[in-house]
Design a protein around this ligand. Sequence first.
Ligand code: ZN
Length: 139
Amino acid sequence: MKSYREELWFNTKTRRAYINITPQVAEAVKKSGIKEGFCLVNAMHITASVYINDDEPGLIQDYDDFLETLAPHEPVSRYRHNRTGEDNGDAHIKRQFMGREVVVAVTDGKLDLGTWEQIFYGEFDGRRRKRVLVKIIGE
Ligand code: ZN
């Protein structure tokens, strides 16, 4: 069995961002040389997510509106977590809702994604360097 590990780094200009990282993950699969196996992609921070869905701007704005309805950033005083001096209580909840990781099958050396499926990095407390782990195992 072969394995391959890579970190993807992000530093978004905005507090929240939704970035299609499918090309970078596909490149990692290529570099791994693995033809049959699994590819795990996970956020390495508790205020960011990795998820799979459509790359459609309306949908992305719908997520953002929904997440802000579910857990608005302000007022920051509404979150007990922010009593620690942080202001990212909302970001922890947004991450929990959107998930930590995805696993995609690797078939014939490529990501075996469904129709319209794209891998996204969801940032909920950006403007600092954060990373995503890509781990591929197989042969
Ligand atoms: Zn926090």
